[in-house]
Design a protein around this ligand. Structure first.
Ligand SMILES: NC(=O)c1ccc[n+]([C@@H]2O[C@H](COP(=O)([O-])OP(=O)(O)OC[C@H]3O[C@@H](n4cnc5c(N)ncnc54)[C@H](O)[C@@H]3O)[C@@H](O)[C@H]2O)c1
Length: 356
């Protein structure tokens, strides 16, 4: 790729993650969106052209069905693959793994999402932790929403020398809002059948040194996930020292109950008021005033917008695979600038703990 050319990105699967990745790619100064591919013919496909993106069908049959539905279709996935440097596969869990052979045969760099296994790419990605090890690779997997939050927060503590081991309980949203009519639990809580839940081991695919155990329970809401963590530090530390460690990450936003951000819905409403597309919260939103240090033990809670947190990571993963921008920090800064990430969520001072 020459310096003057932008990275051409294709997206396979224009659902919850794919549509957000498409917007984010289109917002980057060094990337262009070649098109998106899908199988549907309803409103979800009609919106693609209205956004100015090119629509492709997964197969010739899908193209025909799309044209029958009055859609303007640029070709098949195969055609799209001929026009890209990187493809981001955002098809549902297990569908993406079946596309890997095609991408490899075509010699196209590819990114999978967290529904797929680590083995499908041999590399799992969180920008602040391991951008460097993805440089120039053929493929990587952006880990799931929960795992991304675990690696972001524990990396910040680890880099500050404040992490011995971490134990987390995850309250997981039941389903995504757009498909709430199809599934989702009501009036119950459903524990994951195994301890540890898969997110802890998944975090170790990014950083094998992490001593982390997770437990998870599905809860009857669709807004976001909520995590509670108990961390053993290697020594006693002050609350300010811990907050400073989290402040080293531009993708951890310290929030405060004292500022009215009392629940998941308040934070989502704030993101919508700020004009973020889909009300996206790209950051881990961590309650600074609730955080507590007791000797060498640390306790805190944070919110994860499952639909949004992996979007900046996916953008950085594209740059890492292309391999021209060698410093992760530079890619992170570029992505953050394009998406409006960084600083406090509501304005000066909000990240400060409220002292009562
Ligand atoms: N939804 C989340 O909160 C979330 C968070 C992080 C990671 N992920 C991961 O991201 C990936 C995508 O999940 P999602 O929630 O966006 O799924 P989704 O169901 O919302 O979107 C998938 C899209 O792919 C399309 N599709 C289905 N089969 C296809 C095919 N053969 N070819 C092309 N397109 C096809 C569907 O029509 C749909 O538009 C999964 O690996 C998932 O685990 C999801």
């Amino acid at each position: 790729m020459s310096e003057s050319r932008t990275v051409r990105v294709g997206i396979n699967g224009y659902g919850v993650i794919g549509k957000r990745v498409a917007d984010a790619v289109a917002a980057q100064p060094d990337m262009s969106l070649a098109g998106v591919s899908d199988v549907v013919t309803d409103w979800r496909a009609h919106i693609v052209g209205q956004k100015g993106f090119r629509l492709f069908g997964a197969t010739g049959e899908h193209v025909a069905a799309m044209r029958d539905a009055g859609l303007d279709v640029a070709g098949t996935l195969d055609d799209l693959l001929g026009q890209v440097d990187v493809v981001v596969d955002c098809t549902p869990k297990h569908v993406a793994a079946r596309n890997v052979e095609t991408y490899r045969r075509r010699g196209i760099k590819f990114i999978l999402q967290g529904g797929e296994k680590h083995a499908a790419t041999g590399h799992s990605f969180v920008a602040e932790c391991n951008y460097a090890t993805a440089l120039g690779r053929d493929a990587t997997r952006v880990v799931s929403c929960n795992t991304t939050s675990v690696v972001r927060t524990l990396t910040a503590l680890k880099q500050a020398g404040l992490l011995r081991r971490a134990r987390g309980t995850l309250l997981r949203r039941a389903t995504d809002p757009w498909e709430s009519h199809e599934s989702g639990i009501m009036n119950t809580l459903v524990p994951e059948p195994e301890i540890p839940s898969h997110q802890g081991p998944d975090a170790q695919t990014v950083d094998p040194e992490l001593d982390v155990v997770t437990m998870a329970v599905k809860v009857p809401e669709t807004l976001a996930h909520l995590h509670y963590w108990s961390v053993q530090m290697p020594r006693q530390a002050s609350k300010d020292e811990v907050l400073d460690a989290f402040r080293t990450s531009s993708r951890i936003a310290l929030i405060s109950i004292g500022e009215g951000l009392v629940a998941l819905n308040s934070v989502k409403e704030l993101m919508a008021d700020r004009g973020r597309p889909h009300g996206n919260l790209y950051e881990v939103a961590l309650w600074a005033d609730m955080l507590r240090v007791q000797g060498d033990e640390l306790f805190y809670a944070y919110m994860v917008d499952n639909q949004a947190i992996v979007i900046p990571e996916t953008i950085d993963a594209i740059r890492a695979l292309i391999g021209e921008l060698r410093e992760g920090a530079e890619s992170i800064a570029m992505t953050n600038a394009a998406l409006g990430v960084g600083g406090s969520l509501i304005g000066a001072g909000v990240g400060e703990p409220v002292r009562r």
